[in-house]
Design a protein around this ligand. Structure first.
Ligand code: SF4
Length: 218
């Protein structure tokens, strides 16, 4: 079992994107990404080796402190967090937060969905990438689908992904359909216009805004 993980940063802030935008959250950004999107805004997270290993128990203790200061949930992000086995981290967080509180803290995951889920995850934000499509089992269980829009091809991809959601025969076990988001690429005029026009005509989709960037916070 991996009892340490490479961590780019961990911090208490406001979730800026998606369904839970505006809520107090603690973030752990894991290092390592093989997806290598050309427009990635966290390229410093790609290397698996340039960031210090942190023990999962120490990370869990940071999560507990953040919860005491108001964090409603943990967001595991990256990089691509599923390049790692998240089971030991989730287990440590469950144990630490259950000791201090009657219930374990909710764990959210931001992933491109290219690997199997590991660990107890309560909320999956699937952000699929055209050049490295996600696994069907993650399309079946995610709570929100968030597609980044730079051009018309991304709109086509978003529609294709939405069609594939909950296609597995066991998908009916999920009680709700996922939220659908288009998120314009940062500083991308074409993506912004396309996403806005699409959401105006397709109101079961919503616009995700990266509000933390607009606010200039981490
Ligand atoms: S999957 Fe995420 S972290 Fe990896 S390159 Fe793409 S945007 Fe960057």
């Amino acid at each position: 079992m991996t009892d340490s993980l490479p961590v780019v940063e961990s911090f208490h802030s406001i979730q800026g994107e998606g369904t839970h935008a505006g809520k107090s959250a603690f973030f752990i950004r894991l290092a390592g990404c093989k997806i290598k999107c050309s427009w990635c805004d966290t390229k410093e997270s790609w290397s698996f080796h340039d960031h210090p290993q942190q023990n999962v128990s120490d990370l869990a203790k940071k999560v507990v402190k953040a919860r005491e200061r108001g964090a409603l949930f943990l967001v595991i992000t990256g990089g691509e967090p599923l390049h790692h086995n998240l089971e030991p981290l989730c287990k440590a967080i469950n144990e630490e937060t259950s000791i201090k509180n009657s219930h374990p803290l909710s764990i959210h995951l931001e992933t491109s969905g290219v690997h199997q889920i590991s660990g107890r995850i309560n909320w999956i934000t699937l952000s699929p990438k055209k050049h490295y499509p996600p696994r069907q089992d993650i399309l079946d269980i995610c709570q929100e689908l968030k597609v980044i829009i730079h051009n018309k091809e991304d709109i086509r991809f978003a529609k294709e992904m939405a069609k594939k959601i909950r296609k597995n025969e066991n998908s009916h076990l999920q009680s709700t359909q996922p939220y659908l988001f288009l998120q314009p690429g940062w500083n991308n005029d074409e993506g912004r216009e396309l996403a806005i026009e699409f959401v105006k005509k397709n109101p079961h989709w919503r616009l995700s805004m990266q509000t933390h960037k607009w606010l200039g916070i981490t």
